[in-house]
Design a protein around this ligand. Structure first.
Ligand code: ADP
Length: 561
């Protein structure tokens, strides 16, 4: 049996690990499923945000759509005549001049070196509907043109188209006219952006129009200037910006480099449903795991308990067989010696008689204990509760055992209250209970020999206490003493004879008689066993039954041989 012990523990550990492993795999898959539901739900919204960025970008190209079909030769020759555009280009510039995004429109032919204070460049005059020379313009014009010139220098050698749009962040847009056949730049049309209109009008309304209220859209989008850390516009102005809740960011590549679209997703019905199904699954899984682990551990522990009980039972049987045989052998030998008539000496005859008597008493006590076990095991069927005066039972027990207890050097302290009410208890059971508790108190005491027996009552209960100042017990032992066949592996216990049955019998009998038992004990100081029975609520029938009980009829539990 013992050699399977570690195997059993290994199997239990393997079972627990398997359950936990399976559970974590399940939890992981549930989370993955939940995550992918969220991703599937959010993917279209991410695309919508990217689409918005593109839409805004193309909005700046709008006035110049179709420019690629323009004949550069014609443009160059027209411009060389009177510094004006061809009709086709003029039409687009005129259209751009009415667009609120652009503040003004300037043209700097590439033949012109300078752009800056005092230098004249061309500006489109919407009233005159032509380009006119101008020498007072904002610095942003030259900055935009400068950026475009630097970029085009690197590009122009391999560039195949006749125009390119270049952004100076949110300040200006420059359209470079290119002659791809000659790989030269004709000039730069620079349009400073109307910042106020962009920030206060164009972007807020574009955002709002594209996404709408967050509840329907499933997203909140903020346009944030991350260089200055301020919010320029948002899709739903009712929802405040919270940096910690941002889940996705979209840049405006190549045109608004210092602005970003920052997005937080709101839960849609699909995500809500997935959330609640995840929660339900986790609860069910958790409960199932607890149940599985609980039953596994419970089954393991009860198997361990039963195994320990079986081991103790086997030990008990071996013991009992031995203890039944020993007195029989002594009696047999003494009887033989007496029966063949060879022993004549009075003293020896008396000795043989005493041997036979003592061994018979030992045998009787053994058999009585076995009967008690049988009785406790049989349960209610062998119990005959009746209204009894427990004070009389305790008193007559003490009267019988007093001299024996004292002869063993014990100080006896008996305190029985007056007017103890009756209790509904089986007399035999009570004797066994009291007898076993006193027997233990005597057995498990060594230096300080003290036995206290008290009986007291309140309105509801009658309480019997058996106290000793003996070896006491640690907590670990206390939790087992009422188990069948349990004996503490203490040196004194090992020296004392016993089978670990007394207290299990006591507990069963106390409970069969409707009472309860508890123990308080301290190692080296002693123990107090407290047994409580409910008082009998007197009724005429119970009274008459009670008077029929003669307490002197009780079998006094014998401590003495
Ligand atoms: P047994 O006395 O035959 O061993 P019991 O069931 O009566 O069996 O007691 C079980 C164990 O409880 C004892 O072996 C002993 O270790 C402990 N025990 C019982 N009563 C006392 C007591 N009064 N003081 C200390 N230990 C006790």
């Amino acid at each position: 049996m013992k050699r399977y012990d570690s195997l059993r523990w290994i199997l239990l550990a393997a079972g627990v690990i398997a359950i936990l492993g399976l559970t974590s795999m399940n939890v992981y898959s549930l989370y993955e499923l939940h995550e992918s539901t969220i991703q599937v739900d959010r993917q279209p919204k991410k695309l919508q945000v990217a689409e918005f960025a593109d839409k805004v970008r193309y909005r700046f190209f709008k006035p110049f759509w179709g420019l690629s079909s323009t004949n550069m030769e014609r443009l160059k020759s027209r411009f060389s005549q009177d510094n004006q555009f061809t009709t086709a280009i003029h039409k687009r510039v005129k259209q751009a001049a009415t667009d609120s995004i652009f503040k003004d429109i300037y043209f700097i032919p590439s033949s012109l070196d300078g752009c800056g204070q005092g230098e004249s460049i061309l500006k489109y005059d919407p009233e005159k509907e032509k380009l006119v020379w101008n020498d007072s313009y904002p610095a942003a014009v030259c900055d935009g043109m400068g950026i475009a010139r630097t970029q085009m220098k690197a590009l122009v050698k391999d560039y195949k188209y006749n125009n390119k749009v270049i952004f100076d962040t949110n300040r200006s847009v420059t359209l470079a006219f290119i002659d791809p056949s000659e790989h030269t730049i004709f000039g730069y049309l620079t349009m400073p952006l109307d910042q106020e209109y962009l920030k206060n009008d164009f972007l807020p309304s574009a955002l709002n129009k594209h996404f709408g209220k967050s509840q329907q859209a499933g997203v909140n989008v903020w346009l944030r200037d991350w260089t200055n850390d301020n919010i320029i516009a948002s899709s739903d102005p009712g929802v405040p910006y919270d940096h910690d809740k941002i889940q996705f960011k979209q840049r405006f590549p190549d045109f608004f480099d210092n602005w970003k679209l920052e997005v937080s997703f709101t839960n849609t019905p699909t995500i809500e449903a997935s959330n609640s199904s995840l929660l339900k699954n986790l609860i069910v899984l958790g409960a199932a795991v607890l149940l599985l682990l609980g039953s596994l551990v419970f089954m393991f522990m009860s198997a361990q308990k039963e195994r320990a009980l079986a081991e103790r039972q086997a030990g008990f049987l071996a013991n009992v067989t031995h203890e039944l045989k020993t007195p029989l052998a002594v009696m047999q030998a003494a009887g033989e010696n007496l029966s063949d008539g060879r022993v004549k000496d009075q003293t020896r005859l008396k000795n043989y008689g005493t041997h036979i008597y003592n061994e018979a008493v030992r045998l009787r006590r053994m058999i009585e204990k076995l009967l008690d076990v049988a009785k406790a095991d049989a349960g209610q069927s062998l119990i005959e509760p009746q209204p009894v005066n427990l004070d009389q039972l305790v008193q007559s027990y003490i009267d019988e055992q007093k001299s024996y207890i004292k002869s063993r050097g014990f100080a006896l302290d008996v305190a029985i209250e007056n007017d103890i009410p009756k209790a509904m208890v089986d007399i035999d059971s009570f004797e066994t209970i009291l007898g076993n508790l006193v027997e233990n108190a005597l057995k498990y005491s060594n230096e300080e020999r003290y036995l206290g027996v008290s009986l007291e009552a309140d309105d509801d209960n009658i309480t019997l206490k058996v106290e000793d100042h003996g070896v006491g017990m640690p907590k670990k032992v206390i939790s087992h003493i009422f188990d069948k066949f349990y004996r503490a592996e203490d040196t004194l216990t090992a020296q004392t004879k016993g089978h670990g049955l007394g207290l299990s019998i006591v507990k069963s009998l106390v409970e069969l008689n409707g009472g309860s038992i508890r123990v308080s004990s301290e190692v080296g100081k002693g123990s107090i066993f407290t047994v409580t029975f409910p008082t009998l609520v007197n009724s005429p029938v119970e009274e008459s039954q009670a008077s029929a009980v003669d307490s002197s009829a009780m079998r006094s539990p014998s401590l003495t041989p």
